[in-house]
Design a protein around this ligand. Structure first.
Ligand SMILES: Cc1cc2nc3c(=O)[nH]c(=O)nc-3n(C[C@H](O)[C@H](O)[C@H](O)COP(=O)(O)O)c2cc1C
Length: 162
């Protein structure tokens, strides 16, 4: 039986130093503009002894947002500040994937750029819209993956999407 601490070649392309994988966990710690920050870089850096970190669910587009204080990877600022995280993890010889997501019909109007309010308090419930925009969302994923590829997430993220 394989040892938990044995290395692994994932999908034939990504070398993991051990078989411990950290599950994605939303931490709601982003800064203004849904950008990653040093708090997140420290958090993921501390966990880089895992063979693989799957970083928290990350919005592929403004319309994908369902929760306050979660990161995105669709603006230039977000791309730039994910580097704080990836640089820190790579400095510690860790491997990190990013979990791309779109909450679909759950996307709440109060969190949309042109929504009523981006506040942190309780917001009223709403009636989910029909999911008519699958093609648009698919393009959002492609763009987000490409954004990840253009920063430190590249090696890991793109390999993970193969
Ligand atoms: C605080 C918290 C945040 C989480 N955020 C995510 C997330 O962003 N994406 C996801 O796929 N799962 C998320 N999860 C689910 C965890 O990945 C899940 O709990 C983990 O895989 C362990 O599975 P288990 O809870 O069934 O034991 C979250 C769980 C917790 C406790």
């Amino acid at each position: 039986m394989a040892d938990l601490f044995e290395s692994l070649r994932l999908g034939g392309t990504v070398s993991l130093k051990n078989r411990i994988v950290m599950a994605p966990m939303t931490r709601t710690r982003t800064s203004e503009g849904d950008v990653p920050n040093m708090l997140m870089a420290t958090y993921y850096g501390q966990r880089s002894t895992a063979g693989l970190i799957v970083a928290e669910a990350t919005d592929v587009a403004p319309s994908s947002k369902g929760y306050a204080l979660t990161p995105g990877i669709h603006t230039e600022d977000q791309k730039r500040d994910w580097r704080l995280v990836t640089d820190e993890v790579h400095r510690k010889k860790g491997t990190i994937f990013l979990q791309l997501w779109h909450v679909g019909r759950m996307a709440h109007p109060s969190l949309m750029p042109d929504g009523e309010d981006g506040g942190k308090g309780r917001v009223g419930s709403f009636c989910p819209r029909r999911a008519r925009q699958v093609g648009i969302h698919a393009r959002g994923y492609t763009q987000a993956a490409s954004n990840g590829g253009s920063i430190g997430l590249g090696r890991d993220l793109l390999a993970g999407l193969r």
